[in-house]
Design a binder for this molecule. Structure first.
Ligand code: GLN
Length: 485
């Protein structure tokens, strides 16, 4: 087994026993990157020099007996989190030259935990998309089939883990951007509760929906990452001051007698038959582990997509107003006056999908339309949230497919935004309700594409998700395949 193919907990064991050094692990990961990155394109920017320096530092600490939760572990960062002194582009031309003067809180936390940063991972521009095709830096390819998309918007973070170009990574999820690519790339991805992980230093897309979370090779690693990421941050006003449990404690915990809700609205026509069959099998595994299957209803599900595509663009149009060419990022060279400088910079700096969102959002917020669109969407959002509150009176966790289909072909949906938006049909409600969700691999299609199952729980119940997901993972014993690259 090559070091790059191991999990965090396996590598930690080896480090602890003195079998490997942080330097050996980092070198192994970079040798893998050398071999596959050209075909996959997980990264916008590699940080090899910084990584080797961090690995040397980690080895010094190991020698001193100072072992932190991620000492010597190579981690990739979605290029949406600010890294001090290192270009942070958000996948956009308008920020292609932006060098943040500070670190995001998650970067500080990972660094304090001993992580070695490998690079900044590719993503859809400003995290708007489901395929990583809207990146200014070109698309990322799914390691299981290079002609297919990896999902998005955190596509590079997902492929970096799936193709062993890092051990774990960080993404952000506004409507599914961690869970959807995790499912399509065959890795574990968690969106924590809104407020669980600090958004300080996360470039904002839709501030009431955005949340940072991990991609990992298994559920135990997800718990290890959550132990590092979660917690109150005085620098972030929506971060919540509640106790953070030791998430590792939940791994392998028994789920006997747990009520597992199956929402009928998520098992409808239009789901790919192989996805439906794999999820049915997952339900059977959960039942075998002692879970009690209960039929539930989330009656406002049909409005989720419409509500999201008002609220997210509205917040985006406001958040993206700051990119005007004045203080940082791209500035057009040939403007005659200030107004022309603004308009030309924004015209040149943003891609088509981002412009579409800004226009939809601006329209929805404009005088005379605000009540009809944003106001109405906010009211329906409250109903969606109430659906979940009521559902969790009847069950401990909810089980659904993560995505309606496996990975589609590159270019297949780029001309049809609505089809693209439908990729998130099962993940968006989670963000609207603010609850946590996790996607775990649950099988493969006949063509060898990964499929994911999603578990959802009430606010701040990530522990429950890790418990059921790890127990499922162990008992489902999904074949440990790796993409052939
Ligand atoms: N695909 C959805 C969108 O385009 C969600 C993206 C995300 O979660 N960042 O908005």
């Amino acid at each position: 087994m090559e070091l790059y193919s191991l999990t965090i907990h396996e590598l930690q064991e080896k480090i602890k026993n003195g079998d490997v050094s942080a330097m050996q692990i980092t070198e192994s990961v970079f040798s893998r990157i050398n071999a596959v990155e050209e075909r996959v394109h997980s990264y916008i920017r590699l940080m090899k020099e910084e990584a080797l320096a961090a690995a040397a530092k980690a080895d010094e600490n190991i020698k001193k007996g100072d072992l932190q939760p991620l000492t010597g572990i190579p981690v990739a960062l979605k290029d949406i989190v600010c890294t001090k002194g290192i270009t942070t582009t958000c996948g956009s031309h308008i920020l292609h030259n932006f060098v943040p003067p500070y670190n995001a809180t998650v970067v500080e936390k990972l660094s304090a935990a001993g992580a070695v940063f490998v690079g900044k991972a590719n993503m859809d521009e400003f995290a708007m998309g489901s395929s990583t095709e809207t990146s200014y830096f070109g698309p990322t390819h799914n390691p299981w089939d290079l002609e297919r998309i990896p999902g998005g918007s955190s596509g590079g973070s997902a492929t970096a883990v799936a193709a062993d170009e890092c051990i774990a990574s960080i993404g952000s999820d506004t409507g599914g951007s961690i869970r959807q690519p995790a499912a399509l790339c065959g890795v574990v991805g968690m969106k924590p509760t809104y407020g669980r992980v600090s958004r300080f230093g996360l470039i904002a897309f839709a501030s009431s929906l955005d949340q940072i979370g991990p991609f990992t090779k298994d559920v135990e690693d997800c718990a290890i990452m959550m132990n590092v990421l979660a917690g109150y941050d005085p620098k972030e006003s929506t971060s919540v001051k509640t106790e953070v449990p030791d998430y590792r404690r939940f791994i392998g915990g028994d789920i006997k007698g747990w009520k597992v809700g199956i929402p009928k609205e998520y098992f409808v026509e239009g789901i790919d038959p192989e996805v439906a069959a794999a999820v049915q099998k997952a339900i059977a595994v959960v039942e075998k582990c002692g879970g009690k299957i209960v039929d539930i209803t989330l009656p406002h599900t049909q409005y989720c997509l419409a509500v999201y595509y008002i609220i997210a663009p509205a917040e985006a149009s406001s958040n993206l107003a700051r990119y005007d060419g004045v203080k940082y990022g791209l500035r057009t060279a040939d403007a005659r006056d200030l107004m022309e400088m603004y308009t030309k910079t924004r015209r040149q700096g943003f891609g088509a999908e981002v412009k579409r969102r800004i226009m939809i959002g601006t329209y929805a917020l404009s005088a005379g339309y605000y009540d009809a669109y944003y106001g109405k969407a906010s009211q329906v959002r409250a109903l969606i949230r109430r659906d979940f509150d009521e559902a969790f009176q009847q069950c401990d966790v909810i089980l659904t497919p993560t995505t309606p289909t496996p990975a589609f072909k590159i270019g297949e949906k780029t001309d049809d935004p609505l089809q693209m938006y439908l990729s998130d049909i099962f993940t968006i409600s989670t963000n609207l309700a603010g609850i946590p969700g996790i996607s775990v691999p649950c099988g493969f299609t006949a063509a060898g594409l990964p499929i994911g199952v999603q578990f959802l729980a009430g606010h701040f119940e990530e522990g429950k998700l890790l418990q059921i997901a790890s127990t499922y993972e162990k008992n489902a014993a999904i074949e440990k395949r790796r993409p052939t690259l």
